[in-house]
Design a binder for this molecule. Structure first.
Ligand code: HSE
Length: 402
């Protein structure tokens, strides 16, 4: 069976490597040898065996009836979307790792695939090598999903882990992540939570059956988390994680990406470094945890190739249930009830202010001069914002999750 890869970057080259290295065992599972016939890229790769398969014109792939499966590992919405539409319309199944494409055009592409009786598969678009799309689609069908909470971004989890264990600032940890190749030169999408936002949008659309636009999700990154925050977190025995959450509520669905303090008994507490973790709560199965590498060439390629094998072994029958283009009703963030960790500058006078505003607060002694930290009782986000606006000297607020 002939496969084409569009985009020979980190993931595309990983896909070629996985297909080569596990060629025999993959052939056994796919029922045929999976042969890369073309690789589409604008660049040249002199000295790399891929050069022989390299094409610069996408129509070479589209016009070749031998190519049954097209792998899209280019990233970004365009021109990936145009190329994927061409492939589906030409009767070729498409496997992608591209979360931006799936988050933005998922329903449209699933419908197009259905129309042409081919498949559009995207296991690698969320959680890298962690199987999460197929479990949601094929294994958890008896349940109503109540919540999905994930550490869905390895770059920020690495930064937060370094800050927690080494007492360094956000800027120093970011620099280390960039030096190791975990963070990009422009780290905005990761550190501002947009990457995790796209991923939770995909998982939520799939789990709840209606479109979640990532632009509608409340997204807060980790750029305001400081080394001082970790002195308190360490004193409390908590971890600070960038959590991407969606949860069924009475008045709709909450969806949010934000740094959250979690205790040692939270299932995501021990997910360190570049690893991802995803907690899924079903109304019948209860809590499930998925853990693994959410990025990187071979782990992500592992998920891509698994989709290719799925398609090769069950041609055109693996089409995922699409979700409705109708928007999922998102609940007002202001009604989300939780505790809040707060740092304030000052001494006894300000403590009196904090107690007057928030009531029975629990002080945390982290030995930081000139300020104090405390945990509020559980209250709604709107209530917290109103009370905090009425007092002076609030330095930091981090949401807490039991
Ligand atoms: N920058 C992303 C991460 C890559 O760190 O998780 C995978 O989407």
């Amino acid at each position: 069976m002939k496969v084409a890869i569009m985009g020979y970057g980190t993931i595309g080259s990983g896909v070629a490597a996985v297909l080569e290295r596990n060629r025999e065992s993959i052939a056994g599972k796919a029922g045929d040898v999976l042969e890369v016939k073309y690789v589409l890229d604008l660049r040249e790769f002199p000295g790399d065996p891929v050069q022989e398969k390299l094409v610069h014109d996408v129509d070479v792939i589209m016009n070749d009836p031998e190519v049954a499966i097209v792998v899209e590992t280019m990233g970004g919405v365009e021109p990936a979307c145009t190329f994927v539409k061409k492939a589906l319309s030409a009767g070729k199944s498409v496997v992608t790792s591209n979360k931006a494409l799936v988050a933005k055009k998922g329903t449209e592409l699933l419908d197009l695939a259905k129309e042409h009786q081919v498949s559009f598969l995207f296991e690698a678009s969320v959680g890298g090598g962690i199987p999460i799309i197929r479990p949601l689609n094929q294994c958890l069908t008896a349940d109503e999903i109540m919540e999905i909470t994930g550490i869905l971004n390895g770059t920020t989890n690495y930064i937060l882990t370094k800050m927690a264990t080494e007492g360094i600032t956000f800027e120093t940890a970011l620099k280390q992540a960039q030096d190791k190749g975990y963070a990009e030169k422009d780290p905005t999408a990761d550190v501002e939570g947009h990457d995790a936002g796209r991923k939770i949008a995909i998982l939520s659309s799939l789990a709840y059956g209606s479109q979640v636009d990532f632009e509608d999700i409340y997204m807060e990154g980790i750029t305001k988390i400081t080394d001082t925050d970790f002195r308190y977190a360490n004193a409390m025995g908590t971890a600070i994680r960038l959590l991407a959450t969606s949860r069924r509520a009475e008045n709709g669905f909450y969806a949010m990406v934000a740094p959250v303090m979690i205790g040692a008994d939270h299932p995501l507490y021990s997910v360190n470094d570049v690893f991802n973790g995803i907690l899924v709560v079903g109304n019948m199965v209860d809590k499930l945890m998925f853990y693994g590498r959410g990025a990187g060439s071979l782990p992500t390629a592992s998920a891509v190739v698994a989709d290719v094998i799925e398609e090769a072994s069950h041609p055109h029958t693996t089409l995922l249930t699409s979700w409705s283009t109708k928007k999922l009703p998102l609940a007002d963030m202001g009604t989300w009830v939780r505790k809040f960790f707060v740092r304030m500058s000052g001494g006894p006078e300000q403590k009196a202010q904090a107690e007057a505003a928030f009531g029975n607060v629990e002080y945390i002694d982290a030995g930081v001069p000139g300020e104090f930290g405390f945990v509020t009782p559980a209250m709604s986000e709107a209530d917290y914002q109103k009370k905090a606006a009425g007092i002076q000297g609030v330095l930091q607020m981090i949401r807490m999750e039991a």
